[in-house]
Design a protein around this ligand. Structure first.
Ligand code: 0O2
Length: 259
C-alpha cells in the first residue's frame, strides 16, 4: 500500500468514526456514501487489523503448549487464564495523537507496539518468569523490549511483566513479522490492575476522591505484592509430588527419548 493510500485509509476511517459519533452533518455525507466508503476503505483496513488477530492466535498457541508441557512436570497448570485483544481504531488514533505521530498504517506498524496484546494470568510469580524464559528461548520469538514492573513497580502500584516480542505469521504467499505485547501477571496483580484501570477512566469523580482512592490503591498494591510473595513461599515449602521424576522440560524430553 502506498503512503497516500495509507493516509486516505486512515482519514476515511476517522471520518467514519466521526460519522458514527453523530457528526454526519458536519461531514456532508449521506448513509449511502458512508456505506460506500466503508466498503472501499474499511475492508482493507480490517485485513490490516486481522494480521494482529493472527499473531494473537499464534501467541496463544505458544502459551497453551507451554501450559500443557508444564502441567506434565509441575504440580498443576501455571496459566490460570489468558485475555487477548487487538487495539481498536479509536484507541490507536488516540495513542498516535498523544505521541504526535501521523495517522498512517506505516506509523502504526512502526510505533504502536501493543496493537496485539496477550495477557497471561498465573497463580505464582515463579511461573511468570518460567514462562518468560521458555517463550524467549523459542527460535521464532524475538524480544524487542522488556519492562519488569514486578521488580520495579510503577508509582501507581502497577505490577506486571511486559514483553514486546516479534513473531512470524505465515500468510498465503507471505511471511510477516508481527509485534505482540505480552503482559504476564498474577491473579492478584490482575485483580488490582482491573480496578485501578476502572478508576483511571472514571470521568464523574472529583479530584479529592480520585486522589484518596489512588492512595488506597497504592496501599492495596503493597498488600498484594506481599501476598504474592507469601503464597509463593507456601508453595515452595510444599513437598514435591514428583520426587525422582524429571524436574524440567529438558529432563522430561530426555526421559521420553531414552525410555
Ligand atoms: P490498554 O487499554 O490496557 O491497552 P506505550 O504503550 O509504551 O506507549 P507505556 O505506558 O510506556 O506506553 O507502556 P507500558 O508502561 O508498558 O503500559 C502499557 C500497558 O500496560 C497499558 O496499556 C496498560 O494495559 C498497562 N498499564 C501500564 N501502566 C498501568 C497502570 O498504572 N495501571 C493499569 N491498570 N494498567 C497499566 P494502555 O495502552 O494504557 O491501555
Amino acid at each position: 500500500m502506498s503512503d497516500k493510500e495509507n493516509d486516505t485509509l486512515i482519514s476515511s476511517a476517522e471520518k467514519l468514526a466521526l460519522n458514527i459519533a453523530g457528526n454526519r452533518s458536519e461531514l456532508h455525507v449521506n448513509t449511502d456514501q458512508m456505506i460506500d466508503a466503508a466498503r472501499k476503505y474499511i475492508t482493507p483496513f480490517e485485513s490490516f487489523f486481522e494480521m494482529y488477530s493472527c499473531a494473537i492466535m499464534e501467541m496463544e498457541t505458544k502459551f497453551n503448549v507451554l501450559n500443557k508441557q508444564f502441567s506434565l512436570i509441575y504440580d498443576g497448570n501455571p496459566i490460570v487464564y489468558m485475555v487477548s485483544r487487538v487495539k481498536d481504531i479509536f484507541s490507536v488514533l488516540k495513542k498516535l495523537d498523544s505521541k504526535k505521530l501521523p495517522h498512517t498504517v506505516e506509523s502504526i506498524e512502526k510505533n504502536i507496539k501493543d496493537m496485539a496484546g496477550v495477557r497471561v494470568v498465573c497463580s505464582f510469580i515463579e511461573d511468570i518468569y518460567r514462562l518468560e524464559k521458555c517463550l524467549l528461548s523459542q527460535d521464532d520469538v524475538t524480544l524487542i523490549e522488556k519492562k519488569d514492573y514486578i521488580a520495579n513497580p510503577k508509582p501507581s502500584g502497577y505490577r506486571s511483566l511486559h514483553l514486546i516480542v516479534s513473531i512470524p505469521i505465515f500468510l498465503e504467499h507471505d511471511k510477516k513479522d508481527i509485534t505482540v505485547e505480552v503482559q504476564l501477571r498474577t491473579i492478584a496483580m490482575d485483580f488490582w490492575a482491573n480496578l485501578e484501570h476502572k478508576l483511571k477512566y472514571k470521568k464523574n469523580i472529583d479530584q479529592q476522591k480520585y486522589n484518596e482512592l489512588s492512595r488506597e490503591l497504592v496501599d492495596c498494591a503493597q498488600t498484594i505484592a506481599s501476598l504474592d510473595e507469601r503464597m509463593q513461599n507456601v508453595r515452595d515449602c510444599l513437598p514435591k509430588d514428583n520426587v525422582g521424576q524429571p524436574q524440567t522440560i529438558e529432563e522430561l524430553m530426555q526421559d521420553i527419548m531414552h525410555n
